[in-house]
Write a protein that binds this ligand. Structure first.
Ligand code: GA4
Length: 318
């Protein structure tokens, strides 16, 4: 199954086809690999995630963003975890967005993550924890399918990076409020960037705003679909596949009439994991496009960059 993506009018091209994947389909792994190579992006349907978990979590997240500003500020400013408004990262990026960033790994204690849970009902924390487990499961499944299709050995080499307890994953909730003035123009909600991790799993309500950048530089709008998930290839997966997979540039423009609420799970490897092209995919060392860095090194350098910077340069051989 495929869905037509609408090109952003200013940058006209022909419609782009976004792959729609049912992970229970026996041909899914071939389609995933194709999608990761061509777009770095695909949609997952028939995922089996409990619909009431999704509905309830969205209700609670909506309540969180509706809290008085003084309460939300108790969980901020982000360090990078916690509550943030407008400012993204450390280098002056701003967007029309409010967000919370929560770490998935309870061993890497974050006082700001705890502060978010202090301002919200217990049920919110319970649902967030369940949702993170479900997202971990989906990320693991996708990476297992990639391993099988590409013949990556030993089994689990990629998928275990997000599956193990030490994996450095996180969950982000982004709230893009609708504009009060009817004449308001769309603005940058979240500026263009690639995700540093292995892969990201995004879900949103039915408000549009997400756009992805094609290899030729064209930006296309992704039709929202609250019943599906979108998988985004991150920089780490690009490095490990030696550039076979592309981390896709994406951004969010605000919708003037309706609020958008999205949740993104970023599947990251353990901090000490050495990231480099996989030897089983690239037999000759001289063909490696990237040098080795630990995830901790890449992450800390990345977090000092501006959102739109080309971070993969840090990995490139001189
Ligand atoms: C982009 C992907 C994730 O949202 C994120 C972001 C992080 C942040 O919000 O603190 C960064 C951004 C993201 C990459 C460059 C740096 C760090 C903001 C920023 C300007 C949580 C992540 O891991 O990297």
């Amino acid at each position: 199954m495929v869905v037509l993506l609408q090109p952003v009018p200013k940058f006209k091209t022909s419609p782009v086809i976004i792959p729609v994947l049912d992970l229970t389909d026996p041909t899914a792994k071939t389609q995933i690999v194709k999608a990761c190579e061509e777009l770095g992006f695909f949609k997952v349907v028939n995922h089996g995630v409990r619909p009431d978990l999704l509905t309830k979590l969205y209700e609670e997240a909506t309540k969180l963003f509706a809290l008085p500003q003084s309460l939300k500020d108790k969980a901020g400013p982000p360090d990078p975890f916690g509550y943030g408004s407008k400012r993204i990262g450390l280098k002056g990026d701003v967007g029309c967005v409010e967000y919370i960033l929560l770490n998935a790994n309870s061993h890497l204690q974050s006082t700001k993550t705890t502060a978010v849970f202090r301002e919200t009902p217990t049920i919110f924390r319970e649902m967030v924890e369940e949702y993170m487990e479900v997202m971990k499961g989906m990320s693991t499944k996708v990476l297992e399918m990639v391993e099988e299709e590409l013949g990556i050995e030993p089994k689990g080499k990629l998928s275990k990076l997000v599956k193990v307890e030490e994996s450095d994953s996180c969950l982000r909730m982004n709230y893009y409020k609708e504009k009060e003035e009817t004449t308001a123009k769309e603005e940058i909600g979240f500026g263009e960037h690639t995700d540093p991790q292995l892969l990201s799993v995004l879900r949103s309500n039915d408000t549009e705003g997400l756009q992805i950048c094609l290899k030729d530089g064209t930006w296309v709008s992704v039709p929202p679909d609250h019943s599906s998930f979108f998988v985004i290839v991150g920089d780490t997966l690009q490095v490990m596949t030696n550039g076979k997979f592309k981390s896709v540039k994406h951004r969010v423009l605000t919708n003037t009439k309706r609020s958008r609420l999205s949740m993104i799970y970023f599947g990251g490897p353990p901090l000490t994991e050495k990231i480099a092209p996989l030897a089983c995919l690239v037999p000759k060392q001289e063909d490696y496009l990237y040098k080795e860095l630990t995830w901790s090194q890449y992450k800390s350098s990345s977090y000092k960059t501006k959102l739109g910077d080309y971070r993969l340069g840090l990995f490139e051989k001189q």
